[in-house]
Design a protein around this ligand. Sequence first.
Ligand SMILES: [Zn+2]
Length: 197
Amino acid sequence: VEELGVFVFQKTRYFLLQSSTGRGLLAFDAGWPSSFAGYAKALKTTGHRIEEVRWALVSHFHLDHAGLVRDFQDRDIVCIVFEGQLGAIDGMEELVMRKYPDYRPIKRAELLPLRTSESRSFLEGLGIAAEIIPTPGHSEDSVSLVTDDHQVLIGDLYPPSQIMEDDAVSHRSWDRIRAMGGRRIYPSHAEVFELED
Ligand SMILES: [Zn+2]
């Protein structure tokens, strides 16, 4: 990946991946509901503008990660949904609509369905050398993005040191990240850290 853009907004880290072919940016996670203007302003600290974002995917459908998907769609940003994520949208939106009366639902028919197994070739087409893998644990629908230069965007997957012994699902997710060569780990709500063997 040419450059990883990182910015913090409302206690959450958001990420931008740049296409090596100059086609625009891929956003990893879409901010809280009703926060578009603030998200766009915070994004500017990376030296980019929201208008450069052409694609988006979310680590999982919780409101601090996927609350702006509809706002993105309204700005012609192509929003990707992975297998296992579609079923998580209802739960998020029920919660969001209780808290944010102005919330407009995601346009499901306009989501771009993608299998994680196809993510490498899809991202290659955008000029981004990375792969998406399922990493359930924090939620069933969680995915992580692993770049070919060993950076890993994990969303809310708990760090290895914080996982209970019997949480086999989360441990398997970390096994998968290790197998992919992940080294530099970017959590959404904590500082970056290096993954130990
Ligand atoms: Zn979450």
